[in-house]
Design a binder for this molecule. Structure first.
Ligand SMILES: Nc1nc2c(ncn2[C@@H]2O[C@H](COP(=O)(O)OP(=O)(O)OP(=O)(O)O)[C@@H](O)[C@H]2O)c(=O)[nH]1
Ligand SMILES: [Mg+2]
Length: 292
């Protein structure tokens, strides 16, 4: 929905993001207007723009086929391989395939004509649509591949998975750990658990838009409690007919979701204990990358 009203990117827009709660990204979105392209390729800027790139994505608008894009693509590849020689794959997304006038095949021809086999092995083309969600899905695949290549990330994921399994055994419940900013799963006692395209959204827990706080305040006054601690929505309990669902913030934008196997009061208290215990503290530790 947000895509519909986007303004053209001015120059380079930078954003930091932790993907799946594990991979620290520094994203450089390069605006595609001609005046900016000239700057990126200029002698004084090209090194700054193209060095230390871990993952490169080249996105084109397949609905407006333009043979001049080939020059831009060649420059992009040349400087990328010159200043970031470790790059082994470049991802080209042929966007807007949802439109009838989309000509991704023509674009593919323009971008690959006369390219060597060696170069072709380094480039992967995917027809996508931001509107339909397949572009976002492809980016997630690309970044998941980065996680898999990164030993440290895989080690951290292993430790986290182990801790979740430990919680599961002690409390007869299933555990799912989500990355709050994008709602993607970090790890779970179910293993893989995918979102459908366009289901990427923030994982938000409830709101405090009610008079709970003022009632709590009054009760504390009646009990003569002087230093009133603030209410926060770090833990929320939901109830279904046959289980409890608890959601608790861990750290670093991560939330843990617990689904109990039964409504047995003992199961509930074991979960409450687990969420304040040592395993939970360890989980916090492994999610804070700087301390690892
Ligand atoms: N139909 C359709 N329109 C899209 C799609 N993706 C983007 N658009 C539209 O295309 C226009 C340009 O999208 P942007 O994301 O701003 O394009 P950009 O490549 O970032 O442009 P620069 O910032 O100038 O580089 C917007 O009006 C979007 O709504 C898509 O998959 N399908
Ligand atoms: Mg843009």
């Amino acid at each position: 929905m947000k895509v519909l009203n986007l303004k053209p990117t001015k120059g380079v827009s930078r954003e930091n993001f932790i993907f799946r709660g594990i991979l620290e990204l520094s994203i450089w979105d390069l605006g595609g207007q001609e005046r900016y392209l000239e700057r990126y390729f200029s002698e004084s800027r090209r090194e700054l723009i193209f060095s230390e790139v871990a993952t490169a994505v080249f996105m084109v608008d397949s609905a407006s086929v333009n043979p001049e894009v080939r020059d831009v693509f060649d420059n992009f590849l040349n400087f990328l391989f010159e200043f970031s020689p470790k790059i082994d794959q470049v991802y080209v997304l042929l966007n807007k395939v949802d439109l009838q006038e989309s000509k991704e095949d023509d674009f593919y021809q323009i971008l690959t004509k006369d390219s060597s086999g060696e170069l072709m092995e380094k480039i992967s083309f995917t027809p996508v649509s931001v509107k339909e969600g397949s572009a976002q899905h492809r980016l997630i695949e690309i970044l998941d591949y980065e996680i898999q290549k990164n030993t440290l990330s895989m080690q951290r994921l292993g430790k986290i998975r182990h801790l979740l399994d430990e919680l599961k055994v002690n409390t007869i419940s299933e555990y799912l750990l989500f990355n709050q900013p994008d709602g993607l799963l970090i790890s779970s006692t179910f293993g893989k658990f995918d979102s459908k395209p366009l289901q990427f959204m923030k994982f938000e827990i409830g709101t405090l838009d009610s008079n709970i706080y003022s009632i709590y305040q009054q009760i504390m006054e009646l009990q003569n409690v002087s230093d009133l601690s603030p209410l926060s929505l770090s833990t929320v309990v939901y109830e279904s007919e046959n289980c409890w669902i608890l959601v608790k913030e861990v750290s670093n934008g991560a939330v843990l979701m617990v689904v109990t196997r039964s409504k047995d009061p003992e199961v509930f208290s074991s979960v409450m204990n687990a969420l304040t215990g040592e395993t939970f503290e360890n989980l916090k530790f492994y999610l804070k990358s700087s301390e690892f």
